[in-house]
Design a protein around this ligand. Structure first.
Ligand code: AMP
Ligand code: MN
Ligand code: MN
Ligand code: MN
Length: 279
């Protein structure tokens, strides 16, 4: 049977989400999701618990991950789906990204100290739920807790986005590495939330050309980060590139996300949904 409501993008406490995998599974099922993927940043540690909880709740489950990369010095996210979670090359690659995050977080702390906000690295660690995965979201939560901004989006706007004082450049994995790890493990690579990237149309075209040349197969068309205009635009690009279309809330937690699990518009009927590659 075709899934009526698939959601292939969200985060648990294994990365920078606020709920454990089991609670996400229950919430997804309660919201009517019938095929679900957990896609923590750069870590597969939640997949076994998520799969067990999904199956207990009567939902289909696909293993997922959201890999942090850079392409032409821009930070980009690639979702991997349906891979073998025990693949050793994927594990080593993700481990290297997580290690790099710690050094980056220390530099973020130093950059914020330089504008008079001390000890933010140490403070952010109090919000970290997986000692090997520190994200800007943890910095944002700490900065809200000490009254630097009213909410998490406000912290990003003034402190943690490119060009703001707490943002530091970082060497992530390359596009070729991330797509190669996903394919090596038998999975499908999907461009995450393309509407979020500050790219010109020409840059997006070049990026999608590169992604396609590497064997990338999918693009998120419905996303918690997408406006209706984004959705129409990336549906056109999915057609032009013959990509499969994905749908993902990018849910991180109640009160912190633009879309709840499964609460997204349906994909246009003529697009090939990415779940077809798994069924
Ligand atoms: P990082 O992977 O450490 O660069 O952090 C990226 C994470 O920060 C995203 O996955 C979101 O959880 C969060 N984030 C990024 N931009 C924003 C924003 N404008 N508002 C709220 N959260 C954001
Ligand atoms: Mn996140
Ligand atoms: Mn992302
Ligand atoms: Mn995400």
């Amino acid at each position: 049977m075709s899934p009526a409501n698939f959601d292939f993008h969200c985060h648990s406490i294994v990365s920078d989400g606020l709920l454990p995998p089991e609670a996400l599974a229950l919430r997804a099922a309660a919201n009517g999701v019938d095929l679900w993927a957990l896609t923590d940043h750069d870590d597969l540690g939640g997949l076994a618990a998520a799969r067990a909880a999904a199956e207990a709740a009567g939902m289909g489950f696909v293993d997922g991950v959201e890999i942090s990369i850079e392409w032409q010095e821009m930070p980009i996210h690639i979702v991997g789906l349906g891979f073998a979670a025990a693949d050793p090359v994927l594990a080593v690659g993700l481990d290297a990204i997580r290690t790099g995050r710690i050094e980056r977080a220390r530099r973020m702390g130093a950059a914020l100290a330089a504008i008079g906000i001390p000890d933010v690295y140490e403070g952010a660690l109090c919000f970290v739920t997986n000692p090997s995965l520190v994200s800007r979201a943890h910095f944002a939560r700490y900065l809200v807790s000490i009254g630097i901004a009213r909410d998490v989006p406000g912290v990003f706007q003034h402190y943690l986005s490119p060009g703001k004082p707490g943002y530091v450049d970082h060497r992530w994995a390359t596009l070729a590495e991330a797509v190669g790890w996903i394919h090596g493990a038998g999975g499908v690579a999907v461009v995450a939330h393309p509407g979020r990237y500050k790219m010109s149309g020409k840059e997006m075209g070049k990026f999608l050309d590169d992604f396609k040349d590497l064997g990338g197969q999918g693009i998120e068309v419905a996303s918690g980060s997408h406006s209706p205009d984004h959705m129409a635009h990336f549906a056109r690009l999915a057609r032009r590139y013959a990509f499969h279309a994905s749908r993902g809330s990018d849910f991180h937690g109640p009160l912190e996300s633009y879309a709840d699990l499964g609460r997204l518009p349906p994909l246009p009927d003529d697009l090939k949904p990415v779940w077809r590659l798994f069924r």
